[in-house]
Ligand binder design. Sequence first.
Ligand SMILES: Cc1ncc(COP(=O)(O)O)c(C=O)c1O
Length: 305
Amino acid sequence: MKTTKKIWYNGKFVNWDRAETHVLSNGLHYGSGAFEGLRYYHTENGPVVFALKEHIDRLFYSASFLNMGLKLKFNENDIAEAIQDLILKNMIKEGYIRVIFFWGFNSLSFQPELLCPLDAAIATWAWDPTREKDSVKVKTTKYTKASPESTVTNAKLCGNYIHDILANAEIIKAGFDEPLFLDNKGNVCEGAEKNIFFVKNGVIFTPPQGNIMPGVTRRFVIKLAADMGFKVEEKNFTLPELKEADETFLTSTVVRILPINQIDGQKFIPRKGPVAMDIKQEFEKIVRAKNPKYEKYLTYVRTDI
Ligand SMILES: Cc1ncc(COP(=O)(O)O)c(C=O)c1O
């Protein structure tokens, strides 16, 4: 990771290497935190954050499950402003934004809201384009995605992401790039921090809300694809159905649109499906402010850098 100058930590801008926390922080031991990942892009009129409001709304939604409300000193506007101030301070044209609220040090109790301080941090850094793949080999993981009966699946709670770490360890050892999770009913669920879509006979399908994370990119892609004239259907589907698709792709803030070139060794030809590539091309234009129709999804950071 390329370091930047400052990190926003509990309302102050501190030097990158001084954004420290105690080793007995509750969040470190139990994953008792909520986070968001956003991206900002370079445009002719300065940096723009994509879908800022949607991400901040989801952050506060996630935090509500950890009873953070009473101790949280910042509201949605404060966080939106802090993100923009940090982008300006770090002077990097385009990058990734990570926001986290977590229970800090004072107790390892399972009621951190009674005993622990609430820490909040925001970091931005340049995304390394060499890490971006143009398509990926996916493998179904042996781990089943946690169901809404076992955790809050539509909230970005830190502890939930141990699944992604375990699944990546499994599938990367087997020579694949990305895991695919099934849900507890055997339906296709999602990737590691990525939603999944497939295309069959020109119609685009994606799992409905319920077991999945309702991704900000997913929601936007559903709208964009419909605006582009595609029929989009949210429905449950199984792995055999997915493998019979004409093409399939993942979406997320980090990868935007990422074609899947094979699942469990079964290849898709072409490696990058035409529908995914069409949507990707439109998406790239939108985040770089080249399509005025979608300006409302862009927040212009208040000055040029
Ligand atoms: C479990 C999970 N699925 C999918 C996604 C993709 O969502 P987004 O498009 O909001 O990045 C994320 C990322 O937030 C996630 O955590």
